[in-house]
Design a protein around this ligand. Structure first.
Ligand SMILES: Nc1ncnc2c1ncn2[C@@H]1O[C@H](COP(=O)(O)OP(=O)(O)OP(=O)(O)O)[C@@H](O)[C@H]1O
Length: 270
């Protein structure tokens, strides 16, 4: 991720990674009010080239972890450090949710321009950047359409373009493609990886799809529930760029089996 560098060196005992750490989570706990512990002692280093996939049973705290990273919920205990050199303690963040959350009264281009304008960009500058992103996600031909005139996949493309206009350093995605058909999901997965190559953000996403998790991730974190913990980390050491052919590789299939078996193992433990 550009502009983020390691503030501290990794100690000898830690895993040797090629990229610098970008986010460090230490002893993180979350409890909503007086309810049960939702996240229990989460420790995680996210590297600047990571795309982390969070998968696990319903209610294990995946979205909660994402919200804590994004500052949308407060932590109960522990520490999240963004290892940034910039004056701001938090990196620029982009969010993509399952519901594209577009403003229905604004056209695609106006929706994508919105975060830039809210950040003080001139109309001209916002329009220039928005058009660039809209072209990148393949929506140039519908830039003046309203959300109701778009398919679900197109709405999600617009939502991704909107999240990327501010050039985020950290992109957080919560089941972004969960409501889409499998073909559209596969296409968007491939496009998302191309965008990551162009913009180089650190990505963390939540999914229920094992194949999506394996396709997108540098590391899949399988979480267990009650309380939510990181049960196992599965590195996905398939080379990038990944394409539709990647899904046919035996190594890809092996990783899918490994993640699925881990989820089954968890179910049997419950
Ligand atoms: N705002 C809230 N107030 C109280 N409890 C909450 C709140 N948000 C989430 N929870 C509880 O925290 C637990 C974890 O929820 P979370 O949405 O993080 O899980 P998840 O793994 O993302 O689930 P799913 O896969 O079903 O989306 C659940 O028991 C949920 O009911």
């Amino acid at each position: 991720m550009p502009n983020l560098t390691a503030a501290t060196a990794l100690s000898d005992s830690e895993e040797i990674r090629t990229a610098d750490p970008a986010v460090s989570i230490q002893g993180l706990y979350k409890q909503y009010g007086n309810g049960p512990t939702v996240l229990n002692n989460i420790n995680l280093e996210i590297a600047e080239d990571d795309f982390i996939g969070l998968i696990g049973p319903s209610g294990c705290g995946k979205s909660t972890l994402l919200k804590l990273l994004g500052g949308l919920e407060s932590k109960t205990k522990g520490d999240i450090q963004f290892l940034t050199q910039q004056t701001s303690p938090r990196p620029k963040m982009g969010f993509v949710f399952q519901d594209a959350n577009l403003m229905p009264w604004l056209t695609v281009i106006a929706n994508v321009m919105l975060p830039l304008e809210l950040n003080g960009a001139s109309k001209q500058e916002a329009e220039r950047k928005a058009i660039q992103l809209i072209e990148m996600v393949g929506l140039g031909h519908v830039k003046n359409h309203y959300p109701r005139q778009l398919s679900g996949g197109m709405r999600m493309r617009a939502s991704i373009a909107r999240a990327l206009t501010i050039e985020p350093q950290l992109l957080l995605l919560d089941e972004p493609f969960g409501a889409l058909d499998e073909m559209t999901r596969d296409d968007l997965n491939e496009e998302l990886l191309k965008l990551k190559q162009l913009q180089a953000w650190v990505g963390v996403f939540v999914t229920h799809s094992v194949t999506e998790a394996v396709f997108l991730s540098s590391r899949v974190l399988v979480m267990s529930a009650n309380p939510g913990e990181i049960y196992r980390e599965i590195p996905i050491d398939l080379p990038f760029p990944r394409t539709s052919e990647t899904r046919n590789l035996p190594e890809f299939q092996q990783k899918v089996v490994e993640v699925s078996q881990t989820l089954h193992e968890l179910r049997n433990l419950a």
